[in-house]
Design a protein. Sequence first.
Length: 319
Amino acid sequence: MRVTTRCYRQTTPIIQFAAVQFAVALLLGTMLAVASAAPQPADEEGRNARSTQRDLVADGLKKSASWNWPDVAVYEQQLLSYLDQHAASPELRQEVELFWKQSESAVRGPALLDRLLDVGGLIEPRIAELNAQLRSPAADSVYPGKLTWLTSDVPGWLQDTVRLACGRAFGQRKLYDETLEALSGLETSTVCDPATLLFYRAAAEHHLLKKDECLANVKLLLERDSELPSRFATVAKLMAVDIEPLTDDSLDEVARLMQDVHRRLDLGRAGTRVRDQEQQIVDKLDKLIEKIEEQMQQQQQQQQQQSGSPTPAQIKPMD
């Protein structure tokens, strides 16, 4: 096994990934063999999962939510001010007012986010183009930092709305580092859709194994469990249950790191970040191998003691 990890360092990223998969498979087989020879522990993972779900529900019942849905009337006033700043024509004003009235059922959550993007696109053509790009899976990703016109020509509330939409699109495309970067600095008290902010932050943190941050954002999100889109509430609970048992230097962590390397390679990324992560996998595998070897040695000593056979330490040299 150690030969495998040493050889791993001298191969290309694709071959490296295959080598680590092979090493993990061998390690998993060894761990299963050791586990089958040892007394079986209680189902701690199952208990932890059920406990996590109960705790999340209990926390939601104990106190009121620390965040609120924004008042749509505030955005309506900001929209009117934007029309004034834009020196909108009477025809444009009429078009905006008609759209706003026809979409009046979209008062919170992702529906309000899309409503504001659409109405912003009526006023600013570049936002309309941006919307089309964000909603097309085949289109190139949109990086808010590269939209130089956004900070100069668009009011702050709409800038935050665009950044939130970009973060959501990154998450949907499995670009989790970019998700967190786009959403950085946004607050539940200032964005139009706090649920989308918390959900996509938690989803990115879950995939990047940021356990504490993920659980904190899931907890915040579920403070309004009954008011969330069902997909947000269901997936958030699953993420919490899934990541809660995660421990450092475990085979579970190694497998998840491998999945993330696979994702990055699928995206055509094989730079320093991927190579560092591959090295991290190798180092963690070495730790696991050493731990398994120690366990096997302890079991052999216990079996020898039970059978009455002397251990190497008990054998005395002849005079």
